[in-house]
Design a protein around this ligand. Structure first.
Ligand SMILES: NC(=O)c1ccc[n+]([C@@H]2O[C@H](COP(=O)([O-])OP(=O)(O)OC[C@H]3O[C@@H](n4cnc5c(N)ncnc54)[C@H](OP(=O)(O)O)[C@@H]3O)[C@@H](O)[C@H]2O)c1
Length: 269
């Protein structure tokens, strides 16, 4: 009985957001988990990332485990021709769901980081999702249906020392997604920003030596995010993270919240 209702929930999801989904930043971590969850929900997937072999491995796994079509595009999302590339990639397929997951996270005091690194944050984490949402959102709005997911972070709710540029880029995604949510809802397109806390991914493992309180698996974050589509502009996956968000964002003065966040970023490598 549970399997039957799971199947019908999946087919309702595919009818609303299919037939194709694109995941930008899909070769590992949350992006690979988005790809797997979307394929399991019956959507064909177009996967974008820079590392060809890793992307191919994700694609091969999905082809072996599901019946959906899988395409890959090896590309750096920071490249200047992203808008044209998205036009070409979506020319012969109907993309009903677009997930911008990729991010660049330089760690360390901002004044000690090379300027190129900081500007790459703008290209990957700000320029990328802006172009992505516009290019694919326009086609969805014209069709009168679709969904857009922007991956943000609890770091985007206040200043975060040692990842200041990254946190600011995540704030951009929260506010961008909220505005788009309201603009596109009357045109049949659902937008959600996922403000995740710590998530066990290769990217997280590279910077953090141990799990922070409330750390979740990628699959849990992905399911909570996809389930939140159409329910409101922002989702905070995980009960511990929702409490943290409430305390840091609503109860404490902003300068105290920044100080607490600084404690969680001081050991990032
Ligand atoms: N992990 C966490 O604790 C956490 C917490 C809060 C929010 N988030 C957010 O969740 C998202 C994913 O995080 P993650 O930990 O899964 O990251 P990750 O393990 O570093 O994976 C990032 C993915 O994006 C791709 N990517 C990165 N830069 C790219 C570029 N310039 N062009 C194309 N693809 C690119 C990477 O593939 P290639 O290297 O092959 O290109 C990889 O597939 C990010 O937006 C992050 O801000 C993560």
């Amino acid at each position: 009985m549970a399997a039957v209702s799971e199947r019908s929930a999946s087919s309702a999801f595919a009818a609303k957001y299919g037939p194709w989904a694109v995941v930008a930043g899909a070769s590992e971590g949350l992006g690979a988990a988005f790809a797997a969850a979307l394929a399991a929900r019956g959507l064909n997937v177009l996967l974008i990332a820079r590392r060809a072999e890793m992307l191919q491995a994700v694609a091969d796994r999905l082809r072996a485990e599901t019946k959906v079509e899988v395409r890959t595009e090896v590309r750096d999302l920071a490249r200047g021709d992203l808008a044209a590339a998205l036009g070409a990639l979506s020319a012969d397929i109907e993309i009903g769901l677009a997930v911008y997951n990729a991010a660049y996270v330089p760690v360390g005091d901002l004044v000690s980081r090379p300027l190129d690194e900081l500007l790459r944050v703008v290209d990957v984490n700000i320029r990328g999702p802006l172009i992505f949402a516009r290019a694919l959102g326009a086609k969805m709005a014209a069709r009168g249906r679709g969904g857009i997911v922007l991956m943000s972070s609890l770091a985007g709710y206040q200043g975060a020392p040692r990842i200041a540029a990254y946190a600011a880029s995540k704030a951009f995604n929260i506010v961008l997604g909220e505005g788009l949510w309201r603009e596109l809802a009357p045109r049949g397109v659902d937008v959600v920003v996922s403000t995740a806390g710590a998530v066990r991914t290769p990217g997280y493992a590279k910077t953090a030596s141990q799990d922070a309180p409330g750390t979740l698996d990628a699959a849990t974050v992905v399911e909570a995010t996809l389930d939140a589509l159409g329910r409101g502009p922002v989702v905070v996956p995980g009960a511990v993270n929702r409490v943290a968000r409430f305390v840091l964002g609503r109860l404490l003065p902003r300068r105290t919240a920044i100080g607490i966040f600084a404690r969680s970023t001081k050991d990032l490598a």
